[in-house]
Design a protein around this ligand. Structure first.
Ligand SMILES: Cc1cc2nc3c(=O)[nH]c(=O)nc-3n(C[C@H](O)[C@H](O)[C@H](O)COP(=O)(O)OP(=O)(O)OC[C@H]3O[C@@H](n4cnc5c(N)ncnc54)[C@H](O)[C@@H]3O)c2cc1C
Ligand code: SF4
Length: 532
């Protein structure tokens, strides 16, 4: 039997955006219901960042057969979806979607209270007017209705609450924020930063701007550099819904958080011509319910929110709510990533990195800033990091026995790696649609994702891993080698970053601090020495 409950505001999803909506609306005095499809997360029970590998059945390497059966897509987010933290990613079996065979799309999702805020990379960069004016200037899609000046105070507001550590640089293309003190660079990162500054006048290297606290902030403790944030953070040192926004909302006494509440669709009232409620399936009992409200925030992530709207059909909106134009679900965008380079860095044999810094370096966009590229629009930035190889380098070495193991106890070489993150332009042919006959575990129609790269992104990729004037000695590196030059659509983050052996390093894609990762054995045709 259907139950009915009424609130001032109903929020669907408790991830990064849902958490913020809950905080803001409850603090303004509204009674707020947050409907979350996944389970409750209790840090003291669910966070596993301090559990040593030897306490896990597969020592952190995971039960690969089980993972392939239940999370074949999520495991592609290899650095984060491991034996510890696969529980923070959806079950692909229960939450299916389709693609055409030649249009692979790896949809990485979290389905629990906190959503992807538990596993995100925490890199936090402001847009500038270079971004807000780009559509107008290059005639792409619609002009943004706002400019940087409109949003700058809101960046301030969000950053001050979340706590973003970073280094002001005074760059027009990457505005500075309200930063906590920056994290330190490693010795090889400092070398490369200084070398870049000396050799180039169009690019700099800075420490990553990260939603990780470098000092006590808002009652949350500073980071202690354990370095495996995707397993949770008992000290609440990185920004997540669980560490920051939901506790603030709860403090007001105005929040009702309902886990295991899978929103099916929105109810449209033809008399008022407004949304009046949501249809919910209880994930545990499978009972259906309805919740009413005055305002509704759909924060289930880009694609899940679109799916809810497309499933919200009525005589007035037979193709889904807010879809009279037929555009809902079109122009799907993602950033492309992976083109980059790695190198060994000479010297500093007497030094070691400090702890497991959960952050890396950033080289902000330098293409199409002062000068114009003929080959492509806009630009890309690099994330990466420099660290010293540990025992994990043994994965790619031959050898066995005591001598081999003893040799691996000594630190290896210093390495530096960078990977580009480029913008994707809207394309009407990249879209999602509802498949009425393919249902998820709760009987809700699922998505088919139709998405492929078009030429604009490829230019970035080629440029991003090209030499463009860089010689190894310019960045104080040796044996620099470009990596993962890709011309096919890629949403496979593990392959892109070549990060198959990250267990030892504990680093993540956005940090690559302990860059003792095993770089993917790329086919020779995909490799190209930077200085060749
Ligand atoms: C591996 C990885 C690394 C990333 N790193 C960065 C980074 O460094 N910097 C950055 O800016 N961004 C990063 N992102 C992107 C960032 O995580 C997302 O942009 C952000 O989490 C989106 O917030 P959201 O609230 O829209 O969705 P989410 O955080 O995904 O939250 C959506 C919530 O809605 C719930 N939900 C879904 N469907 C329903 C339903 N039908 N009913 C009820 N609830 C539902 C989900 O369970 C989930 O809790 C990363 C993403 C990934 C996957
Ligand atoms: S590295 Fe810092 S932010 Fe990450 S889990 Fe450890 S203490 Fe928390």
């Amino acid at each position: 039997m259907a139950a009915t409950n009424t609130y001032d505001a109903v929020i669907v999803g408790s991830g990064i955006t849902g958490g913020w909506a809950a905080k803001e609306l409850t603090e303004k005095g509204l009674s707020v219901l947050v409907l979350e499809a996944g389970r409750t997360i209790l840090p003291e029970r669910d966070y596993v960042e301090h559990i040593p590998a030897w306490e896990l059945k597969f020592r952190g390497w995971d039960n690969r057969a089980e993972r392939m059966a239940t999370q074949p897509i999520q495991r592609e987010c290899y650095y984060a979806c491991d034996e510890y933290s696969n529980k923070f990613f959806v079950s692909d079996k229960e939450n299916p979607y389709s693609t055409d065979p030649n249009k692979k799309f790896s949809w990485i999702r979290g389905r629990q209270v906190g959503g992807k805020s538990l596993t995100w990379g925490r890199q936090s960069y402001r847009w500038s007017d270079l971004d807000f004016e780009a559509n107008l200037k290059d005639g792409t899609a619609a002009d943004w209705p706002i400019r940087y000046a409109d949003i700058a105070p809101w960046y301030d507001y969000v950053e001050q609450f979340a706590g973003i550590s970073g280094q002001p640089e005074g760059l027009p293309q990457l505005p500075d924020g309200k930063f906590l003190p920056p994290m330190d660079m490693t010795c090889v990162e400092r070398d490369m930063r200084d070398a870049l500054a000396k050799k180039f006048d169009d690019r700099i290297m800075t420490i990553g701007r990260s939603a990780v606290l470098t000092q006590v902030h808002g009652g949350r403790a500073a980071c202690h550099y354990c370095g495996v944030c995707h397993r949770g953070c008992i000290t609440g040192s990185y920004f997540s819904s669980i560490s920051a926004t939901l506790p603030a909302a709860q403090k007001t006494g105005k929040l009702t958080l309902r886990p295991y509440s899978v929103v099916h669709s929105l109810i449209f009232d033809p008399k008022t011509r407004k949304v009046s409620g949501v249809r919910v399936i209880d994930a545990q009992t499978r009972n259906t319910m309805e919740f009413k409200g005055r305002i509704f925030f759909i924060n289930a992530s880009s694609l899940e929110s679109t799916r809810i709207l497309l499933n919200s059909t009525s005589p007035e909106f037979p193709n889904g709510l807010a879809n009279s134009s037929g555009e809902l679900g079109h122009n799907l965008m993602d950033h492309h990533m992976g083109a980059g380079a790695s190198a060994t860095m000479p010297g500093h044999e007497d030094k070691m990195p400090f702890g497991n810094r959960p952050n890396g370096i950033y080289i902000p966009r330098f293409r199409n800033v002062k000068t114009k590229q003929k080959e492509f629009l806009r630009g890309y930035g690099y994330q990466g990091g420099g660290s010293r190889e540990g025992w994990g380098r043994g994965n790619r070495m031959s050898g066995f026995g005591a001598d081999f193991k003893n040799a691996l106890k000594k630190p290896g070489q210093w390495r530096m790696s960078i990977g580009g993150f480029g913008e994707c332009l809207p394309n009407h042919d990249n879209y999602v649609e509802i498949q009425k006959d393919k249902l998820d575990a709760w009987g809700i129609p699922t998505l088919k994702i139709n998405c492929a790269w078009v030429a604009a992104g490829l230019g970035h990729s080629r440029d991003g891993n090209g030499a463009h004037g860089t010689r190894s000695e310019n960045i104080r590196a040796e044996r620099a080698q470009s990596s993962a030059r890709r011309e096919e659509p890629v949403h496979d983050r593990r392959r892109l970053h070549g990060l198959q052996f990250l267990r030892q390093s504990l680093a993540d894609v956005h940090g690559a601090d302990r860059a003792s990762v095993r770089f993917r054995r790329l086919a020779n045709k995909e490799k190209r020495a930077l200085t060749s």
